[in-house]
Write a protein that binds this ligand. Structure first.
Ligand code: CTP
Length: 448
């Protein structure tokens, strides 16, 4: 019996897939089809899969060509499968020509001519209108944002707004954007979604204006510095049927999501303490250390450090207290926020003029999880026990600058096929705004 194997995502199943499977089956007597998991696709940079795995399997099954369906979930699996299933022929479409020649050591490799004029990518772009995204602000984050957007399908960065026209122009030219403007109304009228990457003090106002005009909003952290303002933005989004997401990158990163699940699984027992630290020594002339209203280490990095605390312990702390080192202008150059809960506590450490180790440590009654610096770009973590021979390291994928994950979730939320709301809920964003508010209140009280 001649055994054939082929692999694919088979997303938004189409004629090209059908014809590929038909011809693959005809190459032998028994066809095995490997269908990729979302995790595997994500790890190889394919961030746009729409149909859930079970649905994609069902479509392959319905063709009647597959004698057996398996799941492909890791790099290198093809070599294993070919040996395990005693495969005679590996086949795949001609778009992969040459890429799988290394398998010739194990079986025959056949590239089948790809069906012209159809692909999952084409179907995705027909099914969903291209999101026309505009960027507000043209600073450091905005630049990274444009670069990362190239890895996410379904959206195009159209233009940029900056009240300083020359900066907007320079940014548009450098990033080959179709337009630039210093006119807010013109900007909002040319896009259907915005990324707000402007200075902190403008976030709320820009987000509010965008939502009132029916535009989707991905707003840099901190989205708002007051609980009530964050609540207002989320209700505006609801009223206008728009997506509003706070761009705390870490919340959307696969490694961080995995870390939270492991922490919540009970392996380290009941979680009793969380310590999260983010410091970056910063030039005194920069906005972070000069903006008297919205500068300082907590507004700069606090959204990151508070995130795991709110995700794991929730917003119902008994009280917050603070230890702060201030610059002459009153801004916090190093700050600790202590979260007091019943029977447990947590600490957020942020610094602009003090350097510390940027780790996240989650301690429980049976063990702890250590995420080494930079934990906010979670790539690995270690689960540790009293008996250290049981310690386990977990490695996860983190592509590029990490912004592509939040962007991908923004696109899927707008198009209505994502299931990612749990990653950063409106309640959690509101809780983070409440913490910022309390911190800023005590800062004002001190400087009065
Ligand atoms: N395929 C094909 N003809 C097409 C599209 C895909 O023969 N028009 C083949 C691919 O070469 C592969 C299999 O179908 O062997 C599964 O491909 P997959 O990557 O799932 O489909 P694409 O449509 O290429 O997906 P995407 O646009 O997301 O890359």
């Amino acid at each position: 019996m001649k055994k054939v194997i082929t692999y694919g995502s088979f997303d938004l199943f189409h004629k090209g897939h059908y014809r590929l499977l038909e011809r693959a089956k005809a190459l032998g007597d028994y066809l095995i089809v490997g269908v990729t998991t979302e995790h595997y696709d994500e790890s190889r940079g394919k961030l746009n899969i729409i149909d859930p795995l079970m649905e994609r399997i069902e479509h392959v099954k319905n063709t009647g060509f597959a004698d057996e369906i398996i799941i492909e979930d890791h790099l290198g699996q093809k070599v294993e499968d070919i040996q395990k299933y005693d495969i005679d022929i590996f086949t795949v479409g001609s778009d992969w020509r040459g890429k799988f020649d290394y398998l010739k050591e194990y079986c025959q490799v056949v590239y089948l001519e790809r069906t012209k004029g159809i692909s999952s990518t084409m179907k995705r772009s027909k099914k969903y209108e291209l999101i026309r995204l505009g960027i507000m602000g043209s600073g450091r984050i905005a630049k990274r944002f444009v670069m990362e957007s190239k890895f996410v399908s379904g959206l195009n960065i159209e233009g940029v707004y900056n009240p300083h026209l020359a900066s907007a122009k320079r940014f548009a030219e450098e990033n080959q954007l179709a337009f630039y403007t210093d006119d807010l109304e013109e900007f909002y009228s040319k896009v259907n979604a915005v990324n707000i990457s402007s200075p902190h003090g403008t976030h709320y106002e820009y987000a509010k204006m965008a939502l009132e005009r029916g535009l989707h909003v991905l707003c840099e952290k901190p989205m708002a510095m007051k609980k009530q303002l964050a609540e207002e933005l989320f209700s505006l989004a609801k009223e206008h049927n728009c997506i509003l997401m706070e761009a705390i990158k870490t919340a959307y990163i696969p490694g961080f999501i995995r870390l939270l699940s492991v922490a919540q699984s009970g392996v380290i027992g009941e979680i009793k303490d969380i310590e999260a630290c983010f410091t970056r020594l910063t030039d005194s002339r920069l906005r972070e250390l000069t903006d008297l209203k919205y500068g300082g280490s907590v507004t700069e990095f606090g959204s990151y450090t508070v995130l795991p605390i709110i995700k794991l312990f929730g917003p119902n702390y008994q009280k917050l207290s603070f230890d702060v080192i201030r610059d002459d202008n009153g801004l916090d150059t190093y700050a600790k926020i202590y979260f007091h809960y019943k029977d447990k506590f947590a600490t957020s450490k942020t610094g602009l003029k003090v350097k510390s180790d940027g780790h996240l440590l989650i301690s429980g009654t049976k063990g702890y999880i250590m995420v080494p610096a930079p934990w906010w770009k979670t790539k690995e973590f270690e689960i540790c026990y009293e008996d250290f021979t049981k310690n386990e390291k977990v490695y996860t994928n983190f592509l590029g600058d990490g912004l592509r994950y939040e962007l991908r979730d923004f696109v899927s939320a707008i198009n209505g096929y994502g299931h990612d709301k749990f990653k950063l809920t409106s309640k959690e964003s509101i809780a983070i705004a409440a913490i910022m508010e309390e911190f800023l209140n005590q800062r004002e009280n001190v400087s009065d």
